[in-house]
Design a protein around this ligand. Structure first.
Ligand code: ADP
Ligand code: ZN
Ligand code: ZN
Length: 753
């Protein structure tokens, strides 16, 4: 075994590349001449079955561990050199994810390969307006009078667009099939098979609404395109506030790339994937674009992958999993709102879509464009270092100015005797907007009726018996655990000291709603939080109701600060800006800045000026101040300094090792064993010695669902050092007998544990 760059005398090979068959690997001997050359994703010919017929297979990994006696093992015949295939790329990507984030090869393959499920190919349909403009207008007026909301929605769209994709109407617009049929029998529309509109020329006439790009936008497009034409492939970050025209730039770039016969993947967090956004892509690219999201069935998702593979679509839009749609000639990946936490997978392999997109772009020869109003520290740091191209879009194209912001010190309010949830400033402005019939958004980043319940006499806190978290009080007095769903009746006496002063502290969305009813009895209120959006579609329904001005005030949690645009909103109240600063997590400053910036940005989207009131107990915190000033760069400078001083990502990489166990004692012993093993590695190697270890310690939430949790953190500037140590730990764990404890790795975790 001379110059083997990759370990292994044996290769694990899959014959059939599909999600269902990845567990079925076959082991082959690697011939002497191939040693060190085989890489995951390579296509090989192998003798297969009793007849030893030659079959094509793919290498998924090489190993020194023989699964059965080597003398009975067949040898790989040849390496197939027919260029790259979609399958090979998928396996390469999986191998990289396995290396980077830690998981089994099978789990990584299952992440990148679509679940095969054949569905009967549904006919793609379109809704075509066949009425005249006058007929349409009068039908619209009539359904308005009759309060036929679904009809109003579809007719309003038809007034703007004569042709609508059927699935958009029944999906995002929530129009029932019966409503469509009723319009059909009225002779207003016709439902047609998609093929009818396959003619791109016709499509262009009906759909195209290309905008003349602004100078700023043009500069970004031209610069990226000129790189692209020169064959330069890299990552770009577009930093621009909402409404500054980022999406329009993506559209222009995608169009240019498609013209060269390439395809594009557009990642958008599911929560921001609104009907309006989708429609813009449909209008530009017609039926060459498709959507991937969680409401699709496995069969429908598989169908999208097949369409991509066959070259039937050029653009796919979706959340992080859309990365794995197998395009043959991928030219561009766009990742909008790149700072969003939902881009990190919570399942093993715990991949981050940004890094994964970067690797995918590399193996596919594509460029990657990141966009955000509040870039992640990771992305901005790399842009600062010149690793990413950086562009700024500074002007809001929708008109409207940034809101005036007011920071209110809640401690001062209390000193002045105001014990209500609303500061004087906020009360004044709410009254003003109610009088002017303008809309208001009140934002709180917690859910439930009240925060934790504690005894004011002895400090006892009501906790979940299964999880190490406090219970929250809901309407009707129920106490609920947000981690496992445990419920119990409320208490009137402290279980510890029997004092009757056991109370909830912080206000929740329900309590705010009650307070509004008390103070502003005429105001119409909508509430949006985890409780009111449990039902399918309720999220969209609440937002549409607010957009249709069926309420004056929308109260809610993080969900309301994303996506939708409400031009009539001229006041945003952020009730307790610093709640998110209390998370014991190094990213809490960044998250707070993002949330406050986004929330404040909700006011003043239309023609009228807006105000944002930021209520806080920490008016001097830089996240609060910089968000109020809408000054990202200043925030970045302060935050990166902190990360560098404390050695947190992106200054250093961090590997968290989470140990879970049913038995607390056993878990602790096991965590200590792993830590001792790491210490041994540190003593044996200078490189490992430079890695800093923190812990083992009880996790921030020490127990969930009766499972105890311990963590060890490893930190180092170079992530390959962390990956090597993880590899060693994996070997160590493999040798240990399988027990009742679990170990999960997470590189650069989003939430600390
Ligand atoms: P972002 O993605 O940064 O939020 P968008 O691309 O969605 O910004 O643009 C915001 C609004 O401005 C949209 O309604 C869009 O149609 C409009 N818009 C974008 N670019 C232009 C332009 N060059 N001319 C006119 N309107 C534009
Ligand atoms: Zn007590
Ligand atoms: Zn619980």
């Amino acid at each position: 075994m001379e110059k083997a760059t990759l370990p292994g005398r044996y290769a694990n090979i899959i014959i059939d590349i599909s999600h269902e068959k990845v567990d079925k690997t076959f082991q082959y001997k690697i011939p002497e001449a191939m040693k060190g050359f085989l890489e995951p994703g390579m296509c090989v010919q192998v003798p297969f079955g009793t007849g030893n017929h030659m079959r094509k297979g793919y290498v998924i990994e090489t190993t020194d561990i023989a699964e059965f006696p080597p003398e009975k093992m067949k040898e790989i015949a040849t390496i197939v050199k027919d260029g790259v295939s979609v399958e090979a790329d998928a396996i390469k990507l999986a191998a990289w994810m396995r290396e980077t984030y830690g998981s089994t090869m099978i789990a990584a393959l299952k992440t990148v390969l679509p679940v095969k499920q054949t569905v009967k190919l549904k006919e793609k349909k379109k809704i075509v307006c066949i009425a005249t403009k006058e007929e349409l207008t009068s039908a619209y007026g009539e359904s308005l009078r009759k309060h036929q909301h679904a009809k109003v929605r579809i007719l309003a769209e038809l007034l703007k667009e004569p042709v609508l994709p059927y699935e958009l109407v029944t999906g995002k617009l929530h129009v029932a099939a019966a409503t469509v049929r009723s319009l059909e029998s009225q002779g207003i529309i016709k439902v047609e098979a998609e093929n009818y509109y396959r003619n791109p020329v016709q499509m262009e006439a009906a759909w195209e609404t290309k905008k003349e790009l602004s100078h700023e936008q043009q500069a970004v497009r031209d610069s990226i395109l000129s790189d692209y034409e020169k064959g330069i492939r890299k990552t770009y970050l577009i930093h621009g506030i909402t409404g500054s025209g980022k999406t329009e730039v993506y559209l222009a770039l995608i169009e240019a790339v498609i013209k060269q016969g390439k395809q594009a993947i557009v990642l958008i967090p599911e929560i921001a994937l609104t009907y309006q956004t989708l429609l813009r892509f449909y209008k530009r690219f017609g039926d060459r674009v498709s959507v991937m999201n969680s409401t699709l069935s496995a069969g429908e998702k598989y169908d999208q992958c097949i369409r991509a593979q066959k070259g039937e679509i050029d653009v796919i839009i979706g959340p992080r999993s859309a990365l794995f749609v197998p395009f043959a000639n991928l030219g561009l990946i766009v990742m909008d709102e790149e700072h969003e936490g939902s881009y990190k997978s919570e399942l093993t392999p715990r991949y981050h879509a940004r890094e994964t997109a970067e690797y995918l772009a590399k193996i596919k020869g594509a460029s990657l464009i990141l966009g955000s109003a509040t870039p992640s520290l990771e992305a901005y740091n790399r842009a600062q270092k010149g690793e990413y191209g950086l562009f700024k879009l500074t002007k809001r194209l929708t008109g409207g100015n940034l809101a005036r912001t007011h920071i209110v010190d809640l401690r001062q309010e209390l000193r002045e005797g105001n014990r209500s949830i609303f500061s004087k400033k906020l009360q004044e402005l709410i009254e003003d907007r109610l009088n002017k019939k303008e809309q208001i958004i009140l934002f709180l980043n917690r859910r439930g009726y009240a925060g934790f319940i504690s005894c004011r006499s002895c400090g006892y806190v009501m906790k979940c018996p299964h999880c190490d978290v406090s219970l929250s009080q809901h309407m009707g007095g129920k106490l609920v655990c947000h981690y496992c769903g445990y419920e119990r009746a409320s208490v009137t006496k402290c279980p510890s000291c029997t004092s009757p002063y056991i109370l909830g502290f912080k206000a929740g969305t329900q309590q705010i709603e009650e307070q509004i009813h008390m103070r502003f009895p005429t105001a119409r209120v909508l509430r949006m939080d985890g409780d009111t959006t449990k039902k399918k579609n309720s999220y969209e329904e609440i937002l549409s109701a607010f957009a249709e001005e069926k309420a004056d005030i929308l109260v809610g949690t993080q969900m309301i600060v994303k996506g939708h645009d409400f031009p009539k909103v001229t006041l945003v109240g952020i009730l307790a800006a610093d709640l998110s600063l209390n998370d014991s997590d190094y990213r809490c400053g960044e998250r707070t800045f993002q949330l406050l910036t986004q929330a404040a940005g909700r006011a003043g989207r239309g023609e009228r000026e807006g105000d944002a009131v930021i209520q806080t107990y920490r008016p001097d915190h830089y996240s609060v101040i910089r968000a109020a000033q809408q000054d990202y760069e200043a925030f970045y400078e302060e935050e990166i300094l902190y990360r560098e001083l404390a050695g947190y990502p992106p200054a250093e990489h961090m590997l968290s090792i989470m140990i879970t166990a049913k038995n607390e004692e056993a878990g602790s012993v096991f965590a200590n064993e792993i830590a001792a093993y790491v210490k041994g590695l540190q003593e044996a190697s200078e490189v490992c010695d430079k890695v800093k270890m923190i812990g083992p310690a009880k996790a921030r939430i020490g127990k969930i669902n009766d499972i105890y949790r311990f963590v060890i953190y490893l930190k180092h500037k170079d992530d390959t050092n962390l990956q090597n140590i993880r590899g060693e730990i994996e070997v160590f764990l493999d040798k240990k007998e399988c027990r009742n404890e679990g170990v999960q790795f997470d590189l650069d975790p989003i939430d600390s544990f």
